[in-house]
Structure formats: C-alpha cells, structure tokens
Write a protein that binds this ligand. Sequence first.
Ligand code: 0PR
Length: 375
Amino acid sequence: MRETGAGEEDIFAELCEARRRDVPYGRVLSSMCTNPHPVAIRAHQEFVNTNLGDPKLFPGTAAIERRCIGLIGELLHLPDATGYISTGGTESNIQALRTAIQLKHTDRHRANIVVPESAHYSFEKASQMLGIAIRRAPLDDLLRADPSEMAALIDEDTIALVAVAGTTEFGQIDPIEEIGKLAQEQALYLHVDAAFGGFVIPFMEKPAKFDFEVPGVQSITIDPHKMGLSTIPSGGLLYRSESLLKLLEINAQYLTSMVQTSLAGTRSGASAASAYAVMQYLGREGYRQIVATCMKNTRSLQEQLEDLGMEPVIEPVMNIVTVGAGDPVGLRKRLAEKNWYVSTTVHPCALRMVVMPHVTEEVIGAFVTDLKKVL
Ligand code: 0PR
C-alpha cells in the first residue's frame, strides 16, 4: 500500500479504465446475470452500509429482509415460508444440505445425497465442505432427472434428494412432483434448486409445479440476482417451516441477536433491499412481461440457428437455447474473437446461449450475423 493517499480523480481514472475492459452485457449470451433494474441499484445504494449479520442494530433493514422473504414465499405458494437472503445459489445450496445433515443427526462421513447428473457444481462444493458423498443419477432422454434412477441410488445413509427447476446447462425442469412423492415415501429431505428457474417458471404461460405447492419440498434456492433483476449478491433460501431454518442456528452471544443462521457473518442488507425494491416495482405483471419477451427471443434465436442447420438439443423449456454445432468449443472461441460470449455444455456437448433480458432482438440479429461469418 502507498504511504500517502492518491488523488480521488486518479483512482477513478484507473477504476474506469479497468471497467472499460469488462465485456458489456450486450455481447454476453453465456451468463445467468444481467443488468440490474435501476430501482434495484437505487435500493442497493441506499443500504450499502447496512449489516444483516447484526440485525438488532439494523431492525429496519431486517424488516425489509423479512418482507422480501414474504414476497418470495408468496411467489413459491407459501406466504409464511421462512428463510433469508444469501449471497447466491451456491450459499443457499450449501446451507440447504447443512440443514438436511442437522435434521438427520447421522454420521456425516457415511451420509450421501442423491442429485440428478444435471445438478449445479455448487453441490460438489457442498459435498466437499460438508464431508458427505454425492451420488449422481442419470437423466432421461429430455435431460430431466429420472425419479427411478434416483430411487435406485437411495440407501439408509441417504440424507437428502435434490431436484432442479431450471438446469444450468439446458434450462430443463425436473419432474418435481414425482421426486416429491419419492421423498415422502422414503421420508427424505427434498431441496429444489430453482436458482435460475425461480424467477422464470412462475411467470410462464403454463408454469410447471416446482415449489412448496409440491408436498415433500422442504427448501428452495431462488436467486434474485439472476432473473429477479436484483443486484449481485442476492440469493434466496426459503424453508417450508421455521424449525428447519432454526437447525442452522449458531450461538453468537456477542452479537445483539445472539444467534446466526446465515453462512456469511457480516452480510449486506443491500442484497435484500435491492431484491425487495425490484419485486415491489415490477409486480407479477412486470416479471410476466420480461419472461414473455425472453421466451419470444428464445424462440426467435432458436429458429435462426435451425435455419443455419443447428439442431436443438432439447426444445427450450426456459430461456436457454442449446444446439449441436460440429465443434462447439471451437465455435465458441471463434465467436469470442468477434467479442461474442457464449458457453458450451458438457453432456452432451453443445453451444449454449442464455437469453437474458439484455439479449434483445437487436442483440440476437447482430449475433447471428457474426455467427454466420465464423461458421
Ligand atoms: N444453481 C443453479 C441451477 C445455477 O445455475 C447456479 C449458477 C447456481 C446454483 C449457483 O449460483 P451462484 O453462482 O449465484 O452461487 N449458475 C451460473 C453458472 O454456473 C452462474 C453464472 C452466472 C455463471 C453468470 C457465469 C455467469 O457469467 O453458469
């Protein structure tokens, strides 16, 4: 660190120069994040010095977090759900599995969880950190979890099942009602990862059942910083009952609140304020319009790619397009040379594009024009 401070203008010149090197969202078709809504940014700024790690010092901010969880609970068919605003899907998934361990009181070094092969890599992190084994069940032909394959992996050391509502790679929705039945039959904890789908599925024309409406679902990950248009970091972890959240309580006597359930200690209230503000501002109608536009653009991109001879891996269920393309990894690199960012999937290998709100008709038009050049 320097001995004496630098001038503010010099510092900001350096920061702005660095920021200019970042890829603008208008060139990004690989991300589940997008430009936050202006109302979310304003709320974030207003709460930038708040700390929900010590909620009794910030009772107003803590009340906003509770209202925020209330709104998300309503969206997920359980208005009195409990939970908290986390840093994102990874934290929520880790914490949900921590809850399942606490609930079972089993020897965690024998414990296992059963997840579909499509589960996000955050479950791998959770498995390493929590010291539990992860068993991956093969998918069906449409890349959804196969409940019978999951059932075959369950044994007496299984502590939880995971289902995904909006898979990271293909945007597929698992048959959560069936998996819910399986969880109930086997008396197992069921966590649904709707990090991406949570702010999409409820606003679709024919929403699939994926939330607390499904008996057996105990907790849900849902991220405002993805399709919720909140600022980063803003994740959600919701529980069917308060007793589940309480299993995470750690004594923290020196705090004003005495206990803490979140994984992060010090955590910004901006995450909750931002998510709350944008949900209030848009309402269901606002999100419905956003999702309808994303789905229209998804179909348009899909058709334009089909015209170029690229076959869809699955018909898009949500706003993610995946297509076969001779050498997807090579194509991805050639597109990056033209300053377009797409991603590739692993099983099966395909070119993947997430049609977030910033992926407009104009963006798609310009993207397809350049794609034709590199093909
Ligand atoms: N669950 C699912 C289904 C996810 O898709 C993701 C993230 C997570 C959990 C974890 O969420 P956090 O990253 O908030 O902890 N999926 C994206 C991915 O891994 C995250 C992402 C977003 C990656 C933007 C890149 C990017 O530019 O692809």
